[in-house]
Write a protein that binds this ligand. Structure first.
Ligand code: TXA
Ligand code: MG
Length: 343
């Protein structure tokens, strides 16, 4: 049986009892899904190998893909690392709590199943009252990947977690819709310069304003390179129907739709409100406005799940600039897509 709690993140003081129930399950070595500001996480006590093994089991996650350790306060980060270099310190001070994960040298106090045997550890402080209340109430650091079945889009609502993991986990804490909508930025701070391994909620531009030059893993640009974050090499975020990214103007996009319809295909479209307003199509999912990419990020994963229960043969999706949070949006779309079509 999967316990289900609905918690108001804006009234966390009133939700002590539910938080305590979920925390008790975590202390007992069970896995519980909970909201963060990025996406829902699937948490377990990071100091308990058996508990962490249940995360991999429930998600069907490859064992060589390490997990992020979630803590409630900056002071806790020191407990698990050999040192915090100055650049990491600056990033931590500027962006935590928030959608940033730092990779630091591990002092090996966390079970090796969490780090997949690496000598580094990924740590972040979620900017979400429910997540932090749960970490504090359990008194444990929580290992937590996104709370989806491996390969599926990450969950931004509790219903997404329910669809993927009901009956496979001990509990789901429903704290409403995640605000950012894409995962945290993963930045390796073990070298001379910070190196982005996964673009996310904190942008490269925002980090550069704080620490100067920030590098980006070459594997994010050239698929021939082996990514430095193990998880980045796997298929990800895939809707049930094949997804094609369309890069071109409105007329070009419309021509792609019409061609597929002439082949008797049922076409689903994911588009900004600007493009959606101009297209002729029966099944359009709007995901926000081009003038504010944060609205696109927030609705992206819900849109990638939207057509799953519908009779759709193929999904066409607009492409976006790769500036700012657009870098994370395009990274996820390119991983989810089976094809990119350019004008
Ligand atoms: O926003 C987020 O980060 C969400 C919420 C739940 O906190 N979590 C999340 O976890 O996205 P997950 O497991 O889906 O993605 C973690 C990424 C993977 O690509 C993994 O390979 C990478 O971080 N990673 C973890 N530890 C690492 C390490 N020591 N070195 C390099 N990459 C690491
Ligand atoms: Mg994930």
């Amino acid at each position: 049986e999967t316990h289900y709690w609905t918690i108001d993140p804006n009234n966390i003081q009133q939700e002590n009892k539910k938080i305590a129930e979920a925390a008790t399950l975590l202390q007992a070595g069970e896995v519980v899904a909970f909201p963060t500001e990025t996406v829902y996480g699937l948490g377990a006590d990071a100091t308990n190998s058996d508990a962490v093994a249940k995360i991999f089991q429930a998600k069907g996650r490859p064992a060589d893909n390490p997990l992020i350790v979630h803590v409630a306060e900056k002071a806790q980060i020191k407990t698990y690392v050999t040192e915090i270099p100055q650049i990491a310190e600056k990033l931590i001070d500027a962006f935590m709590p928030g959608p940033l994960t730092v990779i630091l040298k591990s002092n090996q106090k966390i079970a090796s199943i969490v780090t997949a045997g690496l000598d580094t550890i990924a740590i972040r402080i979620p900017d979400h009252t429910v997540a932090r209340a749960l970490i504090e109430a359990s008194g444990r650091p929580l290992a937590a990947p996104s709370a989806n079945t491996s390969g599926k889009p990450s969950p931004t609502q509790a219903i997404h977690v329910f669809q993927d993991l009901n009956q496979k986990i001990a509990g789901i804490v429903d704290g409403g819709e995640a605000g950012v909508g894409v995962e945290s930025t993963v930045v390796d701070c073990t070298g001379e310069l910070p190196l982005i391994l996964r673009p996310g909620g904190v942008t490269k531009e925002e980090m550069e304003a704080v620490v100067g030059e920030v590098l980006v893993d070459q594997a994010l640009k050239q698929s021939t390179e082996q990514p430095k974050a193990p998880g980045m090499k796997y298929n990800h975020y895939e809707p049930d129907a094949p997804l094609h990214l369309i890069q071109g103007d409105t007329a070009f996009f419309q021509a792609q739709i019409d061609q597929l319809i002439s082949e008797s295909k049922k076409v689903g479209v994911i588009a900004s409100e600007e493009l959606a307003n101009e297209l002729q199509a029966s099944h359009i999912k709007q995901i926000g406005t081009r003038s504010d990419l944060k609205t696109i990020a927030k609705h992206l994963y819900d849109a990638l799940r939207f057509f799953n229960e519908k009779e759709i043969d193929i999904i066409l999706c607009e492409t976006f600039t790769d500036q700012g949070v657009g870098q994370a949006i395009m990274n996820r779309l390119q991983k989810a897509a089976t094809k990119e079509i350019k004008q």
